[in-house]
Design a protein around this ligand. Structure first.
Ligand code: AHM
Ligand code: MG
Length: 332
């Protein structure tokens, strides 16, 4: 079996930023993921013992898992010295490293350290999402401008899913590969080489409870998904976990579309462009799928702020294209 690090080293030659530094950065992310995985696996026990939200045996305030995950990834990247700044869902402001070593780092990272964290207590898969860019400036602390690059400038993106098994799925722009954590040896092993999103899937994933607030285009697309038509494999089937990583991961393997649209109340939807939509969109395209805000390619959107939200349609190409057709038809 091939390990994550062996695989990164072997495929580096195909990657335009073929430096050992980049390998180390992905390795640092993998190490933090293993630490977060270890804590997540204990979450139920910790709850029973009243550890969370209270004081632990050492008399320390127990951190919530999303704060723990944030600290883990920020620390892992600090000591690696490849990254000068991180935009995280957990930090209102851009996080920059003080040490001169990190300030020489060529990369900036946008990440959601623990997406879907409200699902921890019910044992539903959650995830970490990351997006890596080359910085624009050459030295000193990273800046917000370094992060405000369109998704088509990503040099890599990926996610970790903490599910029935823990997997790391990533792309450097040359296909998508998935690695499963073997807990007995603590290594990510290549288990899903060259992942492609199936064209023949029939899953649609959306929080339909918001139906009355959807735009007419979304409503009509949902009606289309529910109509009977053997030739197009309809009616489709609904699957919605409420963890973006888990919903996308399933659709990546089975084929399908995930939608978090704008609503009357929140025209830009809920998901964040920099550290939720762009990295997932990059993976979707690399796996042969598509990602859109309903009208245009996610990866071509020029971000204007770190925590910007955007409507999100991602998955099997023809399904996203059909949803876009309905959106355009009923554009208000
Ligand atoms: P979070 O970053 O606060 O965890 O929110 C993002 C999550 C996604 O993982 C998921 O797809 C979505 O929120 C679910 O939202 P909703 O409960 O509105 O359907
Ligand atoms: Mg999130």
């Amino acid at each position: 079996m091939k390990t994550l690090i062996q695989f990164i080293n072997e495929t580096q030659a195909d990657f335009q930023y073929a430096t050992g530094e980049f390998t180390r950065l992905l390795n640092d992310i993998g190490i933090a993921a293993k630490l977060v995985n270890r804590e997540i696996n204990k979450a139920g026990l910790a709850d029973i013992n009243g550890y969370f939200g209270s004081t632990n045996i050492q008399g320390e305030e127990q951190k919530k898992l999303d704060v723990f995950a944030n600290d883990c990834f920020l620390s892992a990247m600090r000591y690696g010295g490849m990254v000068c700044a991180v935009a995280s869902e957990e930090n209102d402001e851009l996080y920059t490293y003080e040490n001169a070593f990190s300030q020489k780092g060529k990369y900036v990272v946008a990440m959601d350290p623990l997406d879907g964290s409200s699902n921890i207590e019910v044992n539903v898969p959650i995830g970490t999402i990351f997006s890596i860019y080359r910085r624009k400036g050459v030295s000193g602390p990273g800046t917000v401008e370094d992060l405000l690059q369109p998704g088509n400038q990503q040099v890599a993106s990926g996610y970790v899913i903490y599910g029935s098994s823990t997997m790391l799925v990533y792309s450097t722009g040359n296909g998508v590969n998935g690695f499963t954590l073997d807990p007995s040896v603590g290594l990510f092993l290549l288990s899903h080489p060259d992942m492609r999103i199936p064209e023949g899937g029939n899953i649609y994933s959306i929080n339909e409870a918001n139906y009355i607030y959807f735009q007419q285009g979304v409503k009509n697309y949902l009606k289309y998904c529910q109509q009977d038509d053997k030739s197009t494999n309809r009616p489709y089937t609904t699957r919605y976990i409420g963890s973006l990583v888990a919903d996308f991961h399933r659709n990546l393997i089975r084929g399908g579309i995930y939608i978090y649209p704008g609503t009357v109340k929140n025209p830009n939807g809920k998901l964040r462009l920099l550290y939720e939509c762009n990295p997932i969109a990059f993976l979707a395209e690399q796996a042969g799928g598509k990602a859109s805000n309903g009208y245009e390619r996610i990866l071509d959107i020029q971000p204007t702020e770190l925590h910007q939200r955007v409507p999100f349609f991602v998955g099997t190409s023809h399904m996203v294209e059909m949803a876009e057709k309905f959106m355009r038809e009923y554009a208000e």
